[in-house]
Design a protein. Structure first.
Length: 228
């Protein structure tokens, strides 16, 4: 089966905006939509398996907790939100996205085709703010925190995101998680160093699940549990 990129030439820029964290671009490449931040490819609409695993792995690790609250870091193309909203087991679903352009593309642009149903779900709320700041300052707590704002702990979109994967950043993650809550972090590649940091930060049941991909190195989801 041909890959969606194989039969198309150069991508078409649908929108380009300057935000507080740099340039954000929405492109169409054949049948796919792509998000580019400061020249760095973030994600596209080609698959979504890893985003679905991110959400499902967090829910499975909660082991039947009734109506758990979910915090998703990063709206992206909307796969994680759409998958969570399609599952009645989740309680409230909060998404934190700092880029106004991405939120706007979901509310009024081409990405609404993927997320309109989820955004209309009464369980869903979208907060347009910086995730690192939110985790440090909020008094809200959740049963699961799914992070998908970078290409992984070792490949951040902007330098200021790097602190999220440090001991201090993981302390903030743990602070917003209820006892026994689950942290799930998407990454384009495994990171043994991040696993060590998770353990040193006090998380338990640290493990990595691979997501098979059509080409290249498998994506992974890092999972860890806040002690009860």
């Amino acid at each position: 089966m041909p890959h969606p990129y194989d039969t198309y030439d150069a991508p078409e820029v649908l929108d380009r905006r300057e935000g507080p964290h740099g340039e954000v671009v929405l492109r169409r490449h054949g049948e796919l939509l792509q998000i580019i931040a400061n020249g760095c490819f973030l994600m596209d609409t080609s698959d979504g398996r890893s985003e679905r695993l991110l959400v499902d792995a967090a829910l499975n690790a909660l082991d039947g907790r009734p109506e758990p609250g979910l915090l998703i870091g990063g709206l992206g193309v909307g796969f994680s939100l759409a998958h969570a909203a399609a599952d009645s087991r989740w309680g409230g679903i909060t998404v934190v996205e700092r880029e106004h352009a991405i939120v706007d593309w979901h509310l009024r642009g081409p990405l609404s085709a993927l997320s309109a149903t989820a955004l209309a779900d009464p369980r869903t709320r979208v907060l347009e703010t910086d995730l690192v700041t939110y985790l440090h300052e909020t008094s809200d707590t959740y049963d699961a925190l799914c992070l998908d704002i970078d290409n992984g702990p070792d490949w951040t979109v902007t330098d200021d995101n790097g602190g999220l994967y440090s001991m201090a950043g993981l302390a903030d993650c743990a602070r917003v998680l209820r006892p026994g809550g689950v942290l799930a972090v998407w990454s384009a590649q495994p990171s043994p160093e991040f696993e060590r940091t998770l353990r040193n930060a006090g998380f338990r049941q640290v493990r990595t699940e691979e997501v098979p991909v059509a080409r290249g190195v498998p994506d992974v989801v890092h999972l860890a549990v806040r002690p009860g």
